[in-house]
Design a protein around this ligand. Structure first.
Ligand code: ADP
Length: 476
C-alpha cells in the first residue's frame, strides 16, 4: 500500500513541535507493515540542502504566484516529495514566521500550495507515483482533502496534533485558493464568514484522527474543541485517537550519552548516580528523599502557573524539585522567586536544554506534567521509559498513557504513575502527597518504576493502528 503523508514539518529537518516527530517516525514504523509512506513537505532551504537522488515528478508553470516543481528524493533516510516553490518557501528560519516574529502574510497561499500539490499527486497528476491513501497533518495541509473532495482522488485521513492551531484567514483569501464557489460553505472551508483551513479538512476528510483517544473525545466538547466541537460531534463516527510513540533509540537509558550513568530495569540502582548529578547541577541538598522533576514549556497550557503556586507546599512536605523550562515571563518569574525562597530544595534552569532533559528523566524520581490540555504529550512517555514516575493531569494523552496508582491498580500491580483532576492547586498537592507516601515504600516504588520502563512506548503499536485505519479505508 502506498500512502502519501503531507505536512509542514518533518523531524529532524524542520521542527517546531510534536507534529514533526510523528511525520518523521511514521514512515519507518510503517515499513515493516507493508506500507510505503512518502512525506510531502515544502522545500524549505534545509530540506533542499538535505535532498538526495532528486527526481522531478511534476512541474507547475504557476503554483500560487510562481514556477514550481515537485521533487521526489530521500532526506535523512525518509522518502520525501519536496514542493520546490522558491517564491513560497525559499526563506530561512521558522517555517511560519518572518524575521519580525509575525506570520508571513502569504501563509494562506504557502500552505494552500502544499495542500494542492498533495491533492494533485494523490489524484494521479504525477505519472511515476500515485498513492492509495492521502494522510494530511494539521491546518497547513488541511486543504488537501478539500481539493480531493471537489476534484476527485483517494480516501483521505486528517490528523489534528493540536486543535488550537486552525489556519484562519479573511474571506477575501478564498478567491486565491482555486476552489469552486460551493467550497465556501458549511461543507467546505467557510467558518463564521472567514476561511478556516482546518475546518475544511475536518469537514472533507474521510477519517479524522488525533494523537490520543481521550483528546479525540475532548475535542468533541465545547471546553476543548476551540470552536470546532460542533463539526466534530457531527462527524464523531469518523473521529478516533492514536497515541504517539517515542524514538526508543534516542531515548534509551541503557545507551544514553547525555546521562551520568546508563541503566536498565534490571540495574535500576544505577539511577542513583544520575540523581547525584542533578543535585550537583541544580545545587540541591544531597539526600535520598523524593526529588520531583519538571521539563516543560512554562505556559498556561502546561498548568505551570498552578504548579508555581504549589511550590511552597511541595517544599513543606519535605520534597525537592529540579525544573528546566522556559516560557511566559510571569510564570518564569513566579518560579524563580519561589526558588530563591528555598535554596537547596528547589533548583531551576531557565532555558531549553535537550541534553539536560535526558538527565532529568534519568535522575528525578518523578516527572510532573500538570497540563490543562495535552493532545498526547511526550514528557510522560520519556518518564515511563526512564523510570521517572509520571505525575500527570487526567487529560488527553496523559490520561491514556499513565495508569494511576489507585488502590485497585496497586493491588493488581499495574500502576505506572499518578493522575489528578481537576488541574488546580489542591488536587496537584494531593497527588504530590500520594507520590511521596508511595515513594517511602521502596519495594512498591521500584516495582512501579520498572513497570513503566517495561511498558511499550515505541511506535510499534501506533503504527499498526494507523495501518489498520488505512486498510479499513481501502476496503470500505
Ligand atoms: P509540547 O510539544 O506541547 O511542548 P510535549 O510533551 O509533546 O509537549 O513535548 C515537549 C518536548 O519538549 C519534550 O521532548 C520535552 O522533553 C521537551 N522540552 C520542553 N521544554 C524543554 C526544555 N526547557 N529543555 C529541554 N527540552 C524541553
Amino acid at each position: 500500500m502506498k500512502v502519501l503523508s503531507a505536512a509542514s514539518e518533518l523531524y529532524p529537518l524542520v521542527k517546531t513541535g510534536g507534529l514533526a516527530d510523528v511525520t518523521g517516525a511514521l514512515p519507518a514504523a510503517l515499513k515493516g507493515l507493508g506500507i510505503d509512506m512518502r512525506v510531502m513537505i515544502p522545500a524549505y532551504p534545509k530540506v533542499m540542502a538535505a535532498l538526495e537522488n532528486p527526481n522531478i515528478l511534476l512541474r507547475y508553470d504557476d503554483l500560487f504566484g510562481g514556477e514550481a516543481r515537485l521533487i521526489a528524493g530521500r532526506a535523512m533516510g525518509i522518502e520525501i516529495i519536496a514542493v520546490d516553490a522558491p517564491h513560497l518557501y525559499g526563506r530561512q528560519g521558522n517555517p511560519y514566521l518572518g524575521p519580525d516574529g509575525k506570520d508571513w502574510n502569504d501563509n494562506a497561499q504557502r500552505f494552500a500550495a502544499l495542500s494542492m500539490a498533495a491533492a494533485d499527486v494523490a489524484g494521479g497528476a504525477a505519472k511515476d507515483y500515485k498513492p492509495d491513501i492521502l494522510h494530511v497533518h494539521d491546518w497547513q495541509a488541511a486543504l488537501a482533502p478539500v481539493y480531493v473532495k471537489f476534484r476527485g482522488g483517494p480516501k483521505t485521513v486528517m490528523t489534528v496534533h493540536n486543535i488550537a492551531f486552525q489556519g484562519q484567514f479573511p474571506a477575501s483569501v478564498f478567491a486565491s485558493l482555486k476552489l469552486p464557489p460551493q467550497a465556501f460553505s458549511i461543507d467546505g472551508v467557510e467558518y463564521y464568514g472567514n476561511v478556516s483551513f482546518l475546518k475544511g479538512g475536518l469537514a472533507c476528510a474521510d477519517q479524522i484522527t488525533t494523537v490520543s483517544p481521550s483528546y479525540a473525545q475532548e475535542i468533541c466538547t465545547p471546553e476543548y474543541g476551540m470552536g470546532l466541537d460542533g463539526l466534530l460531534r457531527a462527524r464523531r463516527g469518523v473521529v478516533s485517537g492514536i497515541v504517539n510513540g517515542i524514538d526508543t533509540d534516542i531515548w534509551n537509558p541503557a545507551t544514553d550519552k547525555d546521562i551520568a550513568a546508563t541503566y536498565t530495569a534490571k540495574t535500576i540502582d544505577r539511577r542513583a548516580a544520575n540523581k547525584r548529578a542533578i543535585e550537583k547541577r541544580f545545587r540541591l541538598d544531597q539526600g535520598d528523599g523524593i526529588l520531583h522533576g519538571v521539563v516543560s514549556r512554562l505556559t498556561w497550557q502546561k498548568g505551570m502557573d498552578i504548579f508555581a503556586a504549589s511550590i511552597d507546599s511541595l517544599v513543606a512536605s519535605g520534597a525537592r524539585l529540579a525544573l528546566v523550562g522556559t516560557g511566559e515571563p510571569g510564570i518564569e518569574q513566579a518560579i524563580a522567586i519561589a526558588a530563591e525562597r528555598h535554596p537547596g530544595r528547589i533548583g531551576v534552569v531557565m532555558g531549553y536544554d535537550e541534553s539536560l532533559s535526558h538527565l532529568m528523566q534519568a535522575g528525578c524520581d518523578t516527572i510532573l506534567v500538570p497540563s490543562r490540555f495535552e493532545p498526547c504529550g511526550l514528557t510522560q512517555l520519556y518518564g515511563l521509559r526512564y523510570g521517572a514516575v509520571p505525575i500527570v493531569a487526567r487529560t488527553g494523552g496523559l490520561a491514556d498513557t499513565v495508569i494511576d496508582a489507585n488502590d485497585a491498580a496497586l493491588n493488581a500491580g499495574v500502576a505506572t504513575g499518578f493522575q489528578f483532576s481537576p488541574v488546580d492547586g489542591p488536587s496537584l498537592e494531593h497527588a504530590l502527597g500520594r507520590a511521596g507516601r508511595c515513594y517511602r515504600d521502596r519495594a512498591l516504588w521500584t516495582a512501579m518504576q520498572k513497570r513503566g520502563m517495561e511498558s511499550d512506548v515505541s511506535w510499534t503499536r501506533s503504527a499498526s493502528t494507523y495501518a489498520a485505519l488505512y486498510n479499513s479505508l481501502l476496503n470500505a
